[in-house]
Design a protein around this ligand. Structure first.
Ligand SMILES: [Zn+2]
Length: 264
């Protein structure tokens, strides 16, 4: 891959999880035919603002295209271009200069899309060319969601570099976790996989965990208050972590013990 001469640093163009990776052997979700996926998809999020991935000039705007829908092409100072497809709305004009992170539109599902998402492409020259100049966008983006994913996978024993880049090692770790947990092993950490990873994490009990603050006696039941006092006496809540972090199962056992004690 030719990456020489890159002075432009790209930032994530929207919020949300990756729902589909750059993949030259991907089966199209609508036609079922093998059709390369020349970009990365970011799914629907609470905030669907689309932002310029780097400073540049709006080179082209398309509206109502059969497959791309409403889309924007930005030309950057190193000659690379970024493409933002399926937009619900566009808030810039051709020829306008935009700064990195500046709002350019809103994520949507115009054109050939099965749901609200951003299809994002990076080309090392004029887009689309024959796509031969496209590169895998996620290799150029430090994604906060990917950093969190890598941090959580490392807590489960994986040894990933926490750089926010969804490279081969991260894909491999995600596939490994998915196949061990009866999930579709596609290497894409969607909502289900992310939730399963979080569920598998060991949890810590102590004052560092904001969810374990002193119960408010006005809103909790007497038994909740009593359980709290019991756990405190047992040394679980004295502000120090137990020698080993408790797993979710161990925590459930502690809760059951509290429950059994109170039921007697
Ligand atoms: Zn896509």
């Amino acid at each position: 891959m030719e990456t020489k001469g890159v002075e432009v640093v790209f930032t994530k163009p929207c919020y949300g999880l990756i729902t589909s990776l750059y993949n030259l052997e991907r089966k199209h979700p609508i036609t079922g035919k093998v059709q390369p996926h020349w970009g990365v998809d970011y799914g629907d999020d609470k905030d669907n603002t689309i932002m310029a991935a780097a400073q540049g000039v709006i080179r082209f705007i398309g509206r109502g295209h059969k497959s791309a829908g409403n889309f924007i092409i930005i030309k950057h100072s190193n000659g690379w271009e970024t493409a933002y497809l399926h937009l619900a709305s566009i808030s810039v004009k051709v020829g306008q200069s935009v700064g990195q992170g500046q709002k350019i539109g809103v994520k949507g599902m115009t054109g050939g899309a099965t749901g609200i998402h951003l299809h994002f492409e990076v080309s090392t020259s004029t887009w689309p060319g024959k796509y031969k100049n496209n590169v895998n966008p996620v290799l150029y983006i430090d994604d906060p969601n990917v950093r969190e994913l890598q941090r959580n996978l490392n807590k489960l024993g994986y040894k990933l570099i926490e750089d926010g880049i969804y490279g081969e090692a991260t894909i491999h770790a995600v596939k490994n976790f998915q196949s061990k947990n009866n999930l579709l092993a596609d290497g894409v950490a969607g909502h289900l996989t992310v939730a399963s990873i979080k569920k598998a994490l060991p949890i810590h009990i102590g004052k560092e965990d904001p969810s374990m603050t002193e119960p408010n006696v006005n809103i909790v039941s007497p038994s909740h208050k009593e359980a709290w006092e019991w756990a405190k006496e047992e040394g679980y809540l004295n502000g120090e972590r137990p020698k080993e972090p408790l797993t979710r199962e161990q925590f459930a056992t502690v809760l059951k013990r509290v429950h059994d004690k109170l039921s007697k």
